[in-house]
Design a protein around this ligand. Structure first.
Ligand SMILES: [Zn+2]
Length: 319
C-alpha cells in the first residue's frame, strides 16, 4: 500500500470511527410498579409502617413517580383497614394509581362477563380519584393463556372502556421471597437479611438486564421498561438498595407515565405467553424460541433454592 493510499484511507476512516465512538448507547430506563395495594401484611411491619418506609425509600432515592396498582377488594379485609388513607399518601407523594381488578381473580377461571364486571367494580372505586391512570394490570398477568378468543375479548373490553394494558416487562418475583420470609417467620427460622437483600437486588437488576438484552436483540432498541413489584415488606426494606443497584448498572428510573408512553405500549402481541411480560410476548410473537424468552436464574425455582441456601442457611433441596 502506498503512503498516499494509507493517508487517504486514514482521512476517510477517522471521521467514521470517531462518529461510531461518539454514539453513546441509549440509557436503560425503567419504572417501578407495586401491585395488590393494599396488600396483606408481611413478616416484619404493620401496613402503616410498610407504607411509611416505602414512601421514604422512594423519596430518598429520587423515584418521582411509581405506579400503585389497586385491588379495592383488599380494603374489605382486616388488613385493608386504613388502606384508603395509605393509598392517598402514595398519591400525595406524587405517585399514581391504577386498576388491578376488584377481587384479584384469574381470567382463566372466570367468564369474560364476570371478569369484566369485577374490573368495572375496581374502576368505579378508582374513577375521579387524584392520581388515577387508565391502566389495567391483569392479576397474575393472566390473559387467559392459550384461550386467544378470551384474550382478545378482554383486549376489546379494555379498549371500549378507554383502558390500556398496564403490562410489565420484567418481574422481580418479590412476592415469592416475601412469601418465603413470611413462612420462615411463622416457623421461627432465623433469616439472614443481608442475604435476602442481595437475592432481591440481584433478581431485580438481573431480570431487568435480561429483558433489556432480549429487547435489543429482538426489537433493535432499548424500550422503557416496567418492573413488577408488590406492596410488600421486602420493598419497604430493600427497594432503596434495588434502585441504587439499578442506577449503578446504568439504569435511569423513569416515571410510570414515561414508561407507558413507550411505543411498545401500542403493541398487542399475538402471543399466548403474555404472562411472561410485554417484551417476552413481543419476542414470542416474532418467533423467538421459548427457552430464550426467560432466564432460569431469576425464576421461581432458583429463588426458592437461593432463599433456602443463603437466607436460611439450609442446604438447597435436591429438587
Ligand atoms: Zn396482583
Amino acid at each position: 500500500m502506498t503512503r498516499l493510499l494509507r493517508r487517504l484511507l486514514a482521512l476517510l476512516l477517522v471521521p467514521l470511527l470517531a462518529a461510531a465512538g461518539h454514539t453513546a448507547p441509549a440509557k436503560k430506563r425503567i419504572a417501578l410498579t407495586f401491585d395488590d395495594v393494599p396488600r396483606m401484611p408481611g413478616a416484619f411491619f404493620t401496613p402503616e409502617e410498610r407504607t411509611r418506609r416505602l414512601l421514604a425509600a422512594l423519596k430518598q432515592n429520587g423515584v418521582r413517580q411509581a405506579a400503585f396498582f389497586i385491588t379495592p377488594g383488599n380494603l374489605e379485609q382486616p388488613y385493608g383497614k386504613g388502606g384508603e388513607s395509605r393509598i392517598a399518601a402514595y398519591v400525595r407523594a406524587g405517585h399514581v394509581i391504577a386498576n388491578h381488578s376488584y377481587s384479584h381473580r384469574h381470567l382463566s377461571e372466570l367468564t369474560v362477563q364476570d371478569y369484566v364486571t369485577d374490573l368495572d367494580r375496581a374502576a368505579a372505586w378508582l374513577n375521579g380519584r387524584p392520581g388515577v391512570r387508565r391502566w389495567y394490570r391483569y392479576p397474575f398477568l393472566d390473559e387467559a393463556g392459550a384461550d386467544v378468543a378470551k384474550r382478545d375479548a378482554l383486549r376489546a373490553a379494555l379498549k371500549a372502556r378507554g383502558l390500556h394494558n398496564g403490562y410489565v416487562t420484567s418481574d422481580s418475583n418479590d412476592w415469592l421471597m416475601e412469601a418465603l420470609a413470611v413462612d420462615a417467620k411463622r416457623a421461627g427460622q432465623p433469616m439472614d437479611l443481608n442475604a435476602l437483600r442481595d437475592l432481591y437486588v440481584r433478581t431485580v437488576v438481573g431480570a431487568a438486564d435480561f429483558s433489556d438484552a432480549l429487547a435489543r436483540k429482538t426489537l433493535g432498541r432499548s424500550p422503557a421498561q416496567v418492573i413488577l413489584m408488590h406492596e410488600t415488606d421486602l420493598e419497604a426494606m430493600f427497594v432503596a438498595d434495588a434502585v441504587k443497584a439499578l442506577k449503578a448498572d446504568g439504569w435511569e428510573i423513569v416515571t410510570a407515565d414515561a414508561a407507558f408512553a413507550d411505543p411498545i405500549a401500542l403493541e398487542e402481541p399475538n402471543s399466548i405467553r403474555t404472562s411472561m411480560g410485554q417484551i417476552a410476548a413481543m419476542a414470542d410473537a416474532r418467533g423467538v424460541p421459548l427457552q430464550r424468552l426467560f432466564d432460569r436464574t431469576f425464576g421461581e425455582r432458583a429463588i426458592s433454592a437461593a432463599f433456602a441456601a443463603q437466607v436460611l442457611h439450609q442446604p438447597a433441596s435436591g429438587r
